[in-house]
Design a protein around this ligand. Structure first.
Ligand code: GDP
Ligand code: MG
Length: 176
């Protein structure tokens, strides 16, 4: 199975940290600002899975009208929308992104690819401004899935996000 995942969210929420953590198991701390599609393969339930993960440096929220955004929605088999639990504005941006994705023609035609909302930087709980409940509620109201993770301190939590997505894409029979 091969699947395309687009990672979106405002600046500095940890989009690259999450992606690199999945790929290398490491948290490096500093990430360049390059538009890249990474490929990552692993075996799950005896089958090889290849994920193509599109990570970009833009603050997507302001780009939802652009053709690049439309292109990503067309390309995606699923979406990872990231915010930081210490950054209220980034959480608000996720709501807008969900609306923007769901209102594109490509999203509807593609059989509604799964969307996962990820609250990152869980290790910074002393600086938390977005409650877990708020993330969970947003997911419930928008028919998305929700995780809180720490790219910095918890590799397993990052793995759960991407492996969970693979299960959902299988369920949705989007890919074979
Ligand atoms: P992006 O702009 O969304 O790609 O964000 P980056 O992945 O470049 O991360 C932005 C900053 O947040 C960097 O300094 C990272 O080291 C830091 N960061 C990312 N994830 C975490 C996390 O889970 N916990 C903490 N404490 N810092 C993080
Ligand atoms: Mg980045």
């Amino acid at each position: 199975m091969e699947a395309n995942i687009v990672v979106l969210g405002t600046e500095s929420v940890g989009k690259s940290a999450l992606t690199v953590r999945l790929l290398t198991r490491r948290f490096i701390g500093e990430y360049g600002d390059i538009e890249s599609i990474y490929s990552h393969s692993f075996i799950a339930d005896g089958r090889e899975i290849t994920l193509n993960i599109w990570d970009s440096p833009y603050s997507e929220d302001s780009c939802v009208e652009t053709s690049l955004f439309q292109k990503k929605v067309r390309w995606a088999d699923s979406f990872v929308l990231v915010y930081s639990i210490c950054d209220r504005a980034s959480f608000n941006s996720v709501s807008r992104l969900i609306q923007a994705i769901k209102s594109t023609k490509d999203y509807l035609e593609a059989d509604k690819p799964p969307i996962v909302i990820v609250g990152n930087k869980r290790d910074l709980h002393h600086r938390r401004t977005v409650l877990s409940e708020e993330g969970r509620l947003l997911a419930l109201n928008t028919d998305c899935h929700f995780y809180e993770v720490s790219a910095a301190e918890n590799y397993h939590s990052v793995l759960m996000v991407f492996h969970g997505l693979v299960d959902r894409m299988k369920d949705a029979k989007l890919t074979t």
